[in-house]
Design a binder for this molecule. Structure first.
Ligand SMILES: Cc1cc2nc3c(=O)[nH]c(=O)nc-3n(C[C@H](O)[C@H](O)[C@H](O)COP(=O)(O)OP(=O)(O)OC[C@H]3O[C@@H](n4cnc5c(N)ncnc54)[C@H](O)[C@@H]3O)c2cc1C
Length: 488
């Protein structure tokens, strides 16, 4: 079959490689000049920046993906387990989450009475949820069983406590504010806040405390290299710097794709581009599975204010992953989800891969990547960005107790308008659709169009959702759907 894939994010590349391996004739069309989408790499003056993902979690999902090609993860890159997994800067203390669970138990005992026992119980329930999902639901296309009366759905709902949220769950287990925050922080990966993220995602604590935080030596760009390399190896035709403008549908069948450079006929079309863009801009209104009103009614995940900084010195206070929780984050979440505005006192994340990897910065220098979630759709101008840059750097100097501003030798700001321009991201979102109850699992947008026979969607908007491992799973699901519909 001739398959056209719109977009060379990890979702598009990983799917194209699978389809190429299964004997399809695949063309990938990407608007940017580079592969990887949000996970692409930016290099400048000896610094190598991962532009998006920096946490490598759930290594077994990568192993599972590479197995389709008879390969192992180590055939593509060297994985290092980080220790500490990450460092959290609270206003009055700095804590390390260790790769050693016993050390974390001791830490929780210091945070509150019986902290270790409470952590053990919390992680047990997190592990149970993770294993239940991985065994039964993670790799399945769930759109076919969307009925509240479906026994499978009801059993899953009960098991996964989908009606509770992370805020309630952590309050049930822990009294200490710091203990709760440690366990709540990681749900920021899902584009939500502790109150709107279902308790089932406490499984992320099992992922980071038990399965570990890893790093592919050379950076997360190694995942892009791996999927891009596999796609090329299996004969995929990859076209860069070419934007898809229209998916032409006749009589409920996608016939061809029109780009700013030409036309491509196909038997099957898959869009890995942002789902709202794919539907609103590329597909005729009559053939949209979800209307513009649908997207308007959804909780769109935050955009981000991202800084790529090359420093001409080392910063001793940092480890590889650092979370700055110097302010109460309630107001920050309100300024994302309730009263959209630039956060006055943000909580933020700071990655310093040059601590463990001497290929990402020149010797004696530091590669720093800062991410601050901001509301999608707010005003983003060069003046706002520069003022915000000054504010954040001044705050970093206070928390890290060192001069930063005078040591910046490489600087790039990437924010809301860049997400919109570079990736056609709806409202400039960084990661798509927040994982609330009604936007997760069975309720996430479908992998297969409801109205067009041969049109599919892959990537972070679809089940299982946001994050590189999830996007690899979505590629596996779509490849299997295509196989079910058309054979290999
Ligand atoms: C700042 C940031 C930090 C993150 N941190 C982590 C992390 O630590 N760990 C983790 O696992 N995940 C992380 N993520 C999430 C992860 O990066 C994404 O979930 C994943 O990369 C999304 O992949 P995708 O293929 O679905 O989408 P994308 O990467 O967006 O790919 C879609 C592609 O489609 C292209 N496209 C769009 N419109 C068109 C068109 N009309 N024609 C042609 N091409 C088009 C885009 O240019 C893009 O290349 C992070 C994301 C961001 C932004």
């Amino acid at each position: 079959m001739k398959v056209i894939v719109v977009g060379a994010g990890i979702g598009g590349l990983s799917l194209a490689a699978l389809l190429g391996k299964r004997g399809h004739d695949v063309t990938v069309i990407e608007k940017n000049e580079q592969p990887g989408g949000r996970a692409r790499v930016w290099e400048k003056d000896g610094f190598v920046f991962d532009m998006g993902p920096s946490w490598y979690l759930m290594p077994e999902i990568f192993d599972h993906y590479f197995e389709h090609f008879g390969k192992k993860t180590e055939d593509f890159y060297e994985l290092i387990r980080l220790n500490p997994s990450y460092r959290i800067f609270f206003p009055d203390s700095t804590l390390d989450i260790s790769a050693d669970l016993e050390e974390n138990m001791e830490l929780f005992n210091q945070l509150e009475e019986n902290g270790a026992e409470k952590l053990r119980k919390y992680l047990d329930q997190a592990q149970e949820k993770y294993e239940y999902l991985l065994d039964g639901l993670m790799y399945e296309d769930l759109s076919g069983i969307l009925s509240m009366l479906n026994p499978k759905l009801m059993a899953a709902g009960w098991k996964l406590s989908i009606l509770s949220n992370i805020d309630k769950l952590t309050k049930k287990y822990f009294d200490s504010e710091r203990a709760r925050k440690i366990l709540q922080y990681s749900i920021v990966f899902l584009g939500g806040n502790p109150k709107n993220t279902p308790a089932l995602y406490s499984m992320i604590s099992h992922i980071d405390f038990n399965l570990g935080v890893w790093y592919p030596y050379g950076g997360l760009g190694k995942i892009v290299d791996a999927t891009f390399g596999l796609a090329k190896q299996y004969g995929v035709d990859l076209r860069f710097g070419e934007e898809v403008e229209d998916i032409v549908i006749e009589d409920k069948v996608a016939k061809r794709v029109i780009t700013d450079k030409g036309e491509y006929e196909g038997d099957i079309v898959v869009s890995n581009a942002d789902y709202p863009h794919s539907e609103i801009d590329l597909v005729d209104e009559d053939y949209e599975t979800y209307s513009q009103d649908y997207w308007e009614s959804k909780i769109i995940a935050p955009s981000a204010f991202v800084l790529y900084l090359g420093l001409d010195k080392k910063v001793d206070a940092l480890t590889h992953h650092n979370v700055i929780l110097d302010h109460d984050w309630v107001k920050h979440f309100e300024q994302i989800f309730k009263e959209p505005s630039w956060p006055d006192e943000p909580a933020y994340y700071l990655c310093c891969p040059s601590k463990k990897d001497d290929t990402v910065a020149p010797e004696g220098k530091e590669n720093i990547f800062v991410t601050i979630p901001i509301s999608p759709g707010i005003e983003d101008t060069p003046e706002i960005r520069e003022a915000y840059f000054d504010k954040i750097v001044a705050h970093m100097e206070k928390v890290l107790d060192t001069d930063i501003k005078n040591h910046v030798i490489v600087k790039r700001i990437f924010s809301l308008n860049d997400f919109a321009d570079d990736y056609n991201a709806y409202k400039g979102t960084a990661v798509g659709l927040t994982h609330t109850f009604s936007q997760s699992a069975f309720f996430r947008p479908r992998h297969k169009s409801k109205k067009v026979k041969n049109l599919y969607y892959s990537g972070q908007y679809t089940h299982p959702g946001i994050g590189v491992p999830m996007v690899l799973i979505s590629a596996e699901i779509v490849a299997d759907l295509i196989e079910e519909d058309y054979g290999e």
